[in-house]
Every structure is written in C-alpha cells, then in structure tokens.
Design a protein around this ligand. Structure first.
Ligand code: BTN
Length: 229
C-alpha cells in the first residue's frame, strides 16, 4: 500500500480519480475530513473528523459488479476485529445492530481503474437526524478507537478479499451470502424510481439480488434496498 494522508479534501474518491491514471494499484487516499463527501446516487456523505474516510485505487483486470463486495467484506471483518458483529445490506452498506455503520462507493473508468471509497463511522459524532438510522464504532463500544488501527485492519482485509475476488469469486460470493443479513426479510427496493416490495431470497453468483415479489421471482441488478416498509 502507498498511503497518502490528507487533512482536508473535497472527497477522497475525487482525489483518487484525479491521481488514478498515474498511481499504482494499492494507492490509498485517507482524509481527516471531507468537505464534499459523496454517497451513492449523488447523495452527500457527512464526513467530519473522527471517521475513517478513504479511497483505494484498484486496477482490476475486468469490470465486475461484484467488486463492491471486496470492500463490504473487508469492513465486516475489520469490525469483527474490534468485537462488532455486522452484516451487508445489499449491495454496499454495512449495518451493525440495525443501523448503518459504513458505506462503500465504487467508481470506475472503463478498464483503467476502479476507485473504492469506504466510509466508516468510527469516532465521529452522528448527527441528530441520523440517530435512528446510523451508528458508529464509538457508540457501539463506548470508547474511542484509534483510526490508524482501523485503517491497518481494513487494508489487511482488503488485500485478502481482493485476492479471493481475483482467484475464487465463488468463495467471495459464498461469504457475501453468509453475511447478507437481509436474506429472508421483506424489503422495499427502489430501482429507477420504481418500487418493488418482496422477500430477499438470495444473492446470485453475479452479485444480483433475488427477490420474491408476491410469488414472482425478480433478479435485481442494482437498486436501493430499504428495510422500512
Ligand atoms: C453510501 O453509503 O452511499 C456510500 C458512502 C461512501 C462514503 C465514502 S467516504 C470516503 C469516500 N469518499 C467519498 O466522497 N465517499 C466515499
């Protein structure tokens, strides 16, 4: 890993995209705070000091929608190292105790590079309006956790799961299935502005979500899953 530490940046994903063409795979951009942190679907991501906000430059051999799971599983394993049980909310959130603790945003440019942006709520305060839906390592453990330790564990697990992704995607998907906590639950999926309610049945080998909507099986390739019905 080659780690670039910044105090402040617009978004580590944007920074990583600016340097990706000239940076080797494994370049990591970490910032203490982001002024324009981004979530999926153009949403903003609150990124005050205390959280772990980083982006990694990857140059995977092919574009693959399953790549996001490398990040999700690495976060789940990192949390285990600190005694926190968590699960994947398909496709790219990590939840602990029915609240979101981390999010992943991958952005790619063709076959040139894929940026994996990961945000983990570590010691950062959770804004009042998100208390119902978000949590942090600090909230769950009742103590501050050194950010550099979280980073170290996360990079360790990222390299492990990246190797599994390259060599044994079947094993990656088996683990994703095991960790996807929404399976068996009724969820609401918003896809292209349209809503589908159904039971999440499985994560298929290609990474898509299998939904049983009133007896009709639907394969969801992308979308937003909500547990609030
Ligand atoms: C989501 O849940 O919608 C994804 C959130 C991703 C946030 C991280 S923080 C580091 C990186 N830089 C960004 O601007 N976003 C990602």
């Amino acid at each position: 890993w080659k780690i670039i530490h910044l105090n402040e940046v617009d978004s580590t994903n944007e920074y990583a995209k600016r340097i990706a063409a000239d940076s080797p795979e494994g370049t990591v951009v970490v910032a203490k705070r982001q002024t324009a942190g981004k979530g999926r679907k153009g949403r903003s991501w609150a990124s005050p000091e205390g959280g772990l906000w980083l982006s990694v430059v990857f140059k995977p051999p092919r574009l693959d929608p399953r790549f996001v799971f490398v990040g999700a599983l690495a976060v789940v394993d990192t949390l285990v190292d600190f005694g926190i049980a968590s699960g994947i909310k398909w496709p790219n959130d990590v939840w602990a105790g029915e609240r979101k603790i981390a999010g992943i945003l991958t952005e790619g440019k063709g076959n040139e590079y894929t940026i994996m942006g990961i945000g983990i709520n570590v010691n950062n305060p959770i804004p009042e309006e998100l208390r119902e839906s978000a949590t942090s390592m600090f909230q769950l453990l009742g103590r501050e956790v050194p950010l550099e330790k979280v980073l170290e564990r996360l990079l360790f697990h990222l390299s492990g799961w990246y190797r599994v992704f390259l060599e044994r995607p079947d094993l990656l998907m088996a683990k994703v299935r095991e960790k996807t906590f929404i399976l068996g639950r009724t969820v609401r999926v918003i896809r292209d502005g349209r809503e589908l309610i159904g039971r999440a049945m499985d994560v298929l080998d290609d990474g898509s979500l299998l939904l049983d909507a009133a007896g009709q099986l639907k394969r969801i390739l992308y979308g937003d899953v909500s547990l609030r019905l």
